[in-house]
Design a protein around this ligand. Structure first.
Ligand SMILES: [Zn+2]
Ligand SMILES: [Zn+2]
Length: 151
């Protein structure tokens, strides 16, 4: 009689222990899962912040290729080797304009640069690298400036 009760009690204790163990494992794995989710979310958030910070340098914020085509450009010849608009060098690569160089002049501020230099800049930022005026602003009387004939 007494031993029968003892066996039942032992079984109950053992079942309880197994249940406790299973619950413990479940709890631990849930914690690990939650931790991974939290870390993943934090990573995604910081990644978004970095992308936002770098956004102003990403292609897409600047001018489109159509806008670039609308900006007047000219080729340095021996006659105007000094450069149009009073400039005698490109502020982006710091090289002077040589005959044959294809240059672009920004209508808003009349600053001129090598086309290859300023195009690379303008696809990232629509502002003049020298004076920060908006290079994408469309000039109403662009007929006075020669359009790009080399597009
Ligand atoms: Zn240049
Ligand atoms: Zn400028």
């Amino acid at each position: 009689m007494g031993s029968g009760l003892l066996i039942i009690a032992t079984r109950i204790i053992r079942a309880g222990a197994i249940t406790a163990l299973i619950l413990l494992l479940l709890g631990a794995s849930t914690l690990v899962l939650l931790h991974m989710l939290a870390v993943g979310r934090a990573c995604r958030q910081s990644l978004r912040a970095v992308n936002r910070a770098a956004g102003f340098l990403e292609p897409g914020n600047g001018l489109s290729s159509d806008d670039l085509d609308n900006l007047p450009c000219f080729e340095i010849s021996t006659q105007n080797g000094g450069g149009e608009g009073g400039a005698d060098g490109c502020a982006l690569c710091l090289e002077s304009f040589e005959p044959g160089d294809r240059c672009r002049i920004l209508p808003a501020c009349q600053h001129s640069f090598h086309a290859r230099c300023v195009d690379r800049w303008l696809v990232r930022s629509p502002f003049c690298p020298m004076c920060r005026s908006n290079a994408g602003r469309r000039c109403s009387d662009s007929s006075s400036l020669s359009g790009c004939a080399y597009g």
